[in-house]
Design a protein around this ligand. Structure first.
Ligand code: GRF
Length: 209
């Protein structure tokens, strides 16, 4: 059977992108990364794509008159590259409805906290870890979820807790959480690509578990 084709959408440094790439190369994830799309011309993810011979595109909302045409362009590229699944790895833009509809339950996102806490619009990157730190919670963690048209709202695939009782700074929390991101994102992507997710409303059951 032909390997499934993944597109990664990323806005930043791209460490999750690299972790996933590694797991496609070992064969743990039975798929290939066929395309990187970024909205940010300075994204570190671009260098990672170049070094690894992965086609990449910058699609920046600033170059479009409205969100509809920005998302139409992304969808065109996804279709042209025959993409089966979309991985949001630190992608900071809301995915357009036309993409969510076309790729229903085939878009997956990672969030560096335990949803539904510390999520939603504006809760990304260091803002999440700062809010977690300021609130003084003793555990944080990672959530991998399917994507709908709201920020951080789709059915949850996997979550993992991390004790942060001893963390002295938001940066320390971010570092601890990132290590776990790199582990469970690949696990969740493998489950999605192998069609082991049964979705019923907000619930995801893992087939065979
Ligand atoms: C990660 O913490 C991810 O959870 C969040 O943005 C960060 C991206 O990191 N959405 P990287 O670009 O994958 O290194």
């Amino acid at each position: 059977m032909a390997l499934k084709r993944l597109a990664v959408l990323a806005s930043g440094r791209g460490s999750n992108f690299l972790a996933i790439l590694e797991q496609t190369r070992t064969g743990y994830i039975p798929a290939i990364i066929s395309l990187l799309i970024t909205n940010n011309p300075d994204a570190g993810a671009i260098q990672n794509a170049q070094k690894n011979d992965i086609p990449w595109r910058i699609i920046n909302p600033k170059d479009f008159t409205d969100r509809q045409s920005f998302n139409d362009k992304i969808l065109d590229e996804l279709i042209w590259a025959k993409i089966d699944y979309i991985i949001l790895a630190g992608y900071l833009k809301l995915v357009g409805k036309q993409i969510v509809d076309r790729y229903s339950n085939k878009i997956i996102n990672i969030h560096p906290a335990l949803l539904p806490s510390f999520g939603g619009k504006g809760m990304y990157g260091h803002h999440v870890h700062q809010a977690v730190y300021d609130r003084g919670v003793k555990v944080s963690g990672v959530t991998v979820h399917l994507v709908n048209s709201e920020y951080d709202d789709g059915p949850i695939v996997l979550q993992r807790c991390v004790s942060i009782e001893k963390a002295k700074t938001p940066e320390e929390i971010a570092g601890t959480v990132l290590k776990v991101e790199h582990e469970i994102f690949s696990q969740a992507i493998k489950l999605m690509v192998e069609e082991k997710l049964h979705i019923a409303g907000s619930r995801v059951e893992i087939i065979g578990d």
